[in-house]
Ligand binder design. Sequence first.
Ligand code: NAD
Length: 477
Amino acid sequence: MNQHFINGRYVAGQTGETLAKLDPATGEEFARIACGNAADIDTAVKAARAAFDGAWGKLTAAERGRLISKLALKVQDHFEELAKLEARDTGKPMSQARADMDATARYFEFYGGAADKVHGHVIPFLNGYHVSVIHEPHGVTGHILPWNYPAQMIGRSLTASLAMGNAVVLKPAEDACATAFRLAELASEVGFPDGAINIVAGRGHEAGAALSAHHGIGFMSFTGSPEVGKMVQHACAEHLIPCTLELGGKSPQIVFEDADIDALVPIACKAIVQNTGQTCSAGSRLLVQKSIYDDVLSEVAKQFSKLQAGTPEMDLDCGPVINAKQRGRVQSFIDQSREAGIPVIAQGQIAQGVPNGGFYVQPTLFGPVPRGNRLEQDEVFGPVLAAFSFEDEEDAIKAANGTDYGLVAAVWTKDGGRQQRVSKRVRAGQVFINGYGAGGGIELPFGGTGKSGHGREKGFIALEEFAVTKTIVHKHG
Ligand code: NAD
């Protein structure tokens, strides 16, 4: 990890500088990562271009798909090793890390199978013409990813781009990049040509900024915070390339008085503690109809107070958060909300015996939270659930749409008409009815509106993002 992966091999960074990588469960250093700069990015982009113009670019779609599918099998072969690495790097409980590896393998299977199924089409036009529409790769695509689901992000972002025939350059997050490097090694083992996959580790404002500004890339896939997303989009605008931005969320679960509360309660708790709340699509707002608010919150509180945070090996409901800065940020949301007089309905526990230096926080449920409060407006990215009450359907939609985000939402009701009305009016890229989350949702288009970003990843639709559509008009007489 203290080197970059460029052109099929590990290479030292230009500066030799490295960054400490801490274990979130203990706070102790367990690795060092290379600190890439613009020169490293340039080397990686050139290697990717050479692969695109050479061995990688010459493969047929079926051959690319076969390589990606082989990588799925490699993930299965190295399943436990990869899950342990991911858990160590991010602090997540082992069962979550295993679920992530399942999803990662599924992405490789899905996009491996999809690679040769992106068909163009023929448009009936004037007599004497043949018009075809085809999808071509951008060339080299750039990928800047966060630390919360490092392996899954590779499956979702890099693999869709590779399936379309692009060569890729990844700048992973400085806080978790171990599985990215291991997956690149495994890709080489299954036969990916040198340069098809390149990774430059390092700081965002150095390596990340250099990648988004590089004139050798034709498309940028960014997942991260809205603040950095804006910078990346500005950089892409400078050289007029398209980008997808997968940003944060403040996703509501809307619970009407006819909802199945027994089904809701465990899901409401899981949706906020999964990955210790560090999930863009975390169900961080619980909106409950006033007539059942007290009853529902008392049931949620019972389960919420049993939640526990521990080490990956303890395999409890959640782990530590990623680093000390993130712990400070989450804790300050909790402390400031308490000081502002917002009632704490329930708190989970930090398990006994966790190492003192780890970055643990207590899962916390607040409510009722006044509308307009920062617990409604700001993404905490930690295990903090904010409960609100609403009067009726109109008020529920107003509350649900009352933030700048628009990533995911859930509607809990038995009324079929209401399920449809609310799903259509709520501002979100994905809406669940009587459930929440889809275990990765590999096949399902995913992405946001507003402050949650734009563009879609996952599913077949992502392949279109990673391609340029070309219309060929042939006047044959
Ligand atoms: P971040 O924006 O700080 O970092 C994301 C990536 O951007 C990292 O690799 C970082 O090094 C890089 N970066 C930082 N500054 C940069 C710059 N100036 N130029 C280019 N790259 C730069 O986000 P984070 O703290 O790593 O992740 C948390 C955020 O990501 C949350 O807001 C979360 O909701 C969001 N997220 C969204 C999704 C989604 O699919 N919508 C998924 C996961 C995380």
